[in-house]
Structures are given as structure tokens and as C-alpha cells.
Design a protein around this ligand. Structure first.
Ligand SMILES: [Zn+2]
Length: 219
């Protein structure tokens, strides 16, 4: 049975604790919102989901259905077992932080994904030990350009109700931030305003995909 949906208010974050075999569904309620996501080993917060090691493991710039995310010590932590969205996500762009908004010309404090991550984990009574900017940017649309090295930053292409489901491969914490970005046009809302998203913790009812092993060179 799914738990009641957990609201992630626009421009805020929420974290959940999963036991191995459970999953969290990240629901793009309005279809317009980018969601930054982090995960940690529940028993060692210095071990966390890493985009660098994950790209090495999968050889994908962005995750495909069935791809496994790995930690800083290359242990599987989450697997993408469902994706009803067009499959456009990002692992390259740093999570937004207060400094990002200063560079964008904002003079006062601007809510940001990095602080949302700390707040969300604090709500669970957990203090994250080190700053992490390398997040899995769910629904974020950063297409590689034809020259092979340039990136573009575009609004998300998701639809209302699109979701992804991430299965826990170890006992872990997962934090999600409904990105507060309202200056760079990444939200697919006419007003570029952040919107709420929802989380759902699942014990069952999602595909039983096998963990994909690491890429190795052909013999
Ligand atoms: Zn953000």
C-alpha cells in the first residue's frame, strides 16, 4: 500500500528514509517543475549518491529506465524503475545555491535547492555533513548541442502527473527539492514560477527490474 502523498511545497524540500526494497515516487503534479534529488547511506552520511560515479557506471549522461545510481564508493543506492515522463533529466548541472542567485543579480536571500536539502534532512533530525552540489536533477532539460560540448538550458518537457520511481538498493535517505529557480527559465510554467510536487513511498507495486552492473570495456 502506498503511503499518503507527501507534499513538497514550491521552492521547498522534503526528505524521506527508505529501507532497501522500498521506492519513492517523485510526482510532477503540475508537470512544470524541476526536482533536485540527493541520497545518502542511512548509516554513513559521508557516503552519498554521486553523479560522477553514476555516469561512469552507466556510461549515460542521463539515466535511462533501469539505470542504477551509485555512491561515492560505487555501491548501488537507487534504481530508476519507472518513468512516465519523456525521460528528459539531468546529472550535469549543479544544484542551485545562494551563491548562484547572487551571481544572477539577486540582492537578498533567495531560496535554493542546496539549503532546501539541508532543511529537509534537518526535519528528519539528520544533519548532512558536507555540502553536495551534484544532484540528480529530475525533469531538468539540459540538451547537449550538436557540437558535442555545449549545453543549452531549456524548460522541462514533462506533463502534469508525470512521475519517476526510484527503488532503494540500500537503507537510505532521499531528499528532493522543488527547485526555486525563477530567473533561469527551467520550469515549464508560463510564468516560470516554481510549483509544488509530491512524493510517495512505496513498498510494492513497481517493476522488479534487476540492478544493472557497472559498464566494463569490451574484451
Ligand atoms: Zn534549484
Amino acid at each position: 500500500m502506498p503511503t499518503p502523498r507527501i507534499l513538497v511545497p514550491a521552492s521547498h524540500g522534503k526528505a524521506v528514509r527508505l529501507t532497501a526494497g522500498q521506492a519513492v515516487r517523485v510526482i510532477n503534479t503540475h508537470g512544470t517543475q524541476v526536482v533536485d534529488c540527493w541520497a545518502w547511506n542511512a548509516y554513513d552520511l559521508t557516503e552519498h549518491m554521486s553523479m560522477e560515479t553514476t555516469r561512469t557506471w552507466t556510461q549515460h549522461l542521463n539515466p535511462k529506465l533501469g539505470d542504477t545510481f551509485v555512491t561515492t564508493i560505487r555501491q548501488p543506492i537507487l534504481t530508476l524503475v519507472e518513468d512516465t515522463s519523456p525521460g528528459v533529466h539531468d546529472t550535469v548541472i549543479a544544484a542551485c545555491c545562494r551563491h548562484r542567485y547572487t551571481l544572477l543579480g539577486v540582492k537578498s536571500y533567495h531560496r535554493n535547492c542546496r539549503d532546501n536539502m539541508f532543511e529537509a534532512m534537518q526535519e528528519l533530525g539528520v544533519t548532512v555533513p558536507a555540502p553536495i552540489l551534484g544532484s540528480f536533477n529530475i525533469f531538468m532539460n539540459i540538451p547537449v548541442q550538436p557540437d558535442g560540448i555545449s549545453l543549452d538550458t531549456r524548460p522541462t518537457v514533462t506533463r502534469p502527473g508525470d512521475y519517476i520511481t526510484l527503488r532503494a538498493e540500500m537503507d537510505c535517505y532521499v531528499a528532493c527539492s522543488a527547485c526555486p529557480q525563477d530567473i533561469v527559465k527551467i520550469q515549464n510554467a508560463g510564468d516560470n514560477q516554481p510549483r509544488d510536487v509530491e512524493l510517495e513511498i512505496l513498498d510494492s507495486g513497481f517493476p522488479d527490474l534487476k540492478i544493472q552492473g557497472p559498464w566494463v570495456p569490451a574484451a
